[in-house]
Design a protein around this ligand. Structure first.
Ligand code: ATP
Length: 200
């Protein structure tokens, strides 16, 4: 599904990643681990295609669709979006209006991640965990072949974390690849393979 070959990355000449190799098959999970600042977010951006490597290559299966949950999302707090609107954005495409399937998917995911009762709240009125569940829902309502998730459960309580992990497992069983960055050993343990960036 996705191959990184000798990937390197520099910010303004400062090397952050060097010689990263990985292969993620369909229907598997990869956890990217390592200390603060070792380059996990940078690698995820490269894998999702929002940045290009300074060296090496990232190749994805032709036509594969990527859904990204970034780590830094504070910019959206200034927008006058409700929770429901934020989740619906995950179903937007340039080609058509949202239909019944889209609305059903949004409603189901909001129920599953326990944010349905918050539908009309503004993002800036949410707790950290409620906000994170909203952004997760926006990512998980997307029909993607590769889900790239940067510290997806960082602010979540145990129950919410389990609910989110169940959705990941379902997507993997359905054939998607899940790539997540995490500091949590228990979360990394749900993955089929782990890339420890500190050790690479
Ligand atoms: N836009 C940027 N410009 C310059 N340097 C950057 C930029 N973004 C990140 N860096 C630097 O690149 C390095 C890797 O950052 P990155 O965010 O990828 O690490 P991380 O492993 O995800 O960290 P954390 O665990 O703290 O989230 C850090 O040293 C950081 O200071």
């Amino acid at each position: 599904m996705l191959i990184a070959d000798q990937v390197g990355f520099r910010y303004s000449g400062v090397t952050v990643l060097r010689g990263v190799n990985l292969r993620v098959e369909a229907a598997t999970t990869l956890a990217v681990t390592g200390a603060n600042g070792c380059g996990k977010s940078t690698l995820l951006h490269l894998l999702a295609g929002v940045e290009r490597p300074s060296e090496g290559s990232v190749r994805r299966a032709a036509g594969s669709r990527v859904a990204l949950l970034p780590q830094r999302t504070s910019g959206i707090d200034g927008l006058p979006l409700t929770v429901a609107e934020c989740v619906r954005i995950g179903r937007f495409t340039p080609r058509r209006l949202l239909g019944r399937t889209d609305r059903t998917r949004v409603a189901e995911m909001m129920e599953r991640l326990d944010i349905a009762h918050l539908a009309r709240r503004r993002l800036r009125e949410l707790s950290g965990g409620q906000r994170q569940r909203t952004l997760l829902a926006q990512t998980l309502v997307q029909d993607a072949d590769v889900y790239v998730l940067d510290e997806p459960t960082v602010a979540l309580d145990v129950t919410s974390r389990q609910q989110v992990h169940e959705v990941f497992a379902e997507r993997v069983r359905a054939g998607a690849a899940v790539i997540l960055a995490s500091h949590d050993a228990a979360e990394a343990a749900i993955a089929d393979q782990t890339l420890d960036l500190a050790a690479s």
